[in-house]
Design a protein around this ligand. Sequence first.
Ligand code: OGA
Ligand code: NI
Length: 366
Amino acid sequence: MMTCNQTWPEPIVRVQALAESGLSSIPSSYIKPCSQRPTQTTFTPQNDHYDHINIPVIDLEHLSSGDQVLRENVLKQVSEACREWGFFQVVNHGIDHELMKSAKEVWREFFDLPLEMKEELANSPSTYEGYGSRLGVKKGAILDWSDYFFLHYMPPSLRNQAKWPALPSSLRKVIAEYGEEVVKLGGRMLELMSINLGLKEDYLMNSFGGENELGACLRVNFYPKCPQPDLTLGLSPHSDPGGMTILLPDDFVSGLQVRKGNDWITVRPVPNAFIINIGDQIQVLSNAIYKSIEHRVIVNPIKDRVSLAMFYNPKSDLLIQPAKELVTKERPAMYPPMTYDEYRLFIRMKGPCGKAQVESLANKCD
Ligand code: OGA
Ligand code: NI
């Protein structure tokens, strides 16, 4: 059994403090090799061909209406988005817009606190809970231009509000409420995906361990403004290792880019929408009918950006494997069974590394 280091390999530098020191060029530890820099690969909005492209935006309003035709239409849109993009935005999702706004505000206030106060909640690579500035423990790795706060929301046995920031004083209450709503939305999405895959509607929820045992963690990303945004990334290319991610992006600053073939599409957030994406565990459960899509974050010189990523995951000690119903002679099981505990150790040690991990598992099934 692999284990994770207890400490970081190098002294931790807070990117926000670095950015606020007013430097005009970034330290070499953040400079990506030429081939990974955003300018080499991004299509800018000036490029006509890509100007109109965005990930699908789906209105969930008619899901709960009694009208079967309207409901089927929503299901179909979700199905296509899961198959073709692995990424989509949802509006009329039922979560109060004021709550969404408060959730973003309390985290902005947290990141605005003096450094010493945030340092009291500094995290370690054994659980990642708390205030952090790097993913992975590889010494000498090129780092991303971001800080974050990571906390457990589900299962209740892992939820420990004492590890959440005490300031601003409303944070714990707002985030408890926000977590509850977002986790409920996640449950509804699992149901839609199960139906769309031709499985029983509670198939995916049961595979995740059920409502009381599934995992949900929040990572709040803070991307400080950057004097040389062309040389670095806020978050390197990765697919999310868990089940599904429900992201609340910044209202005013874009930055998330989604891979489409060889291109990177900049997501234009719709007001009050959530961005939902498939993670590696649903790729495995669906036997790759749904794919977890690579994404990354670019930074900019003028504004910092905050995003709230809720990772919705299987109970960590359950075996995750392709649904029997989706395994046929023509389409054999593409992945061996593995628990999420085992799976995420890789990313926790190596940091973001595109889709290398889920691909390395493909076809190792005998
Ligand atoms: C993540 C992520 C995107 C963003 O936290 O895994 O991909 O826009 N975040 O911050
Ligand atoms: Ni991600």
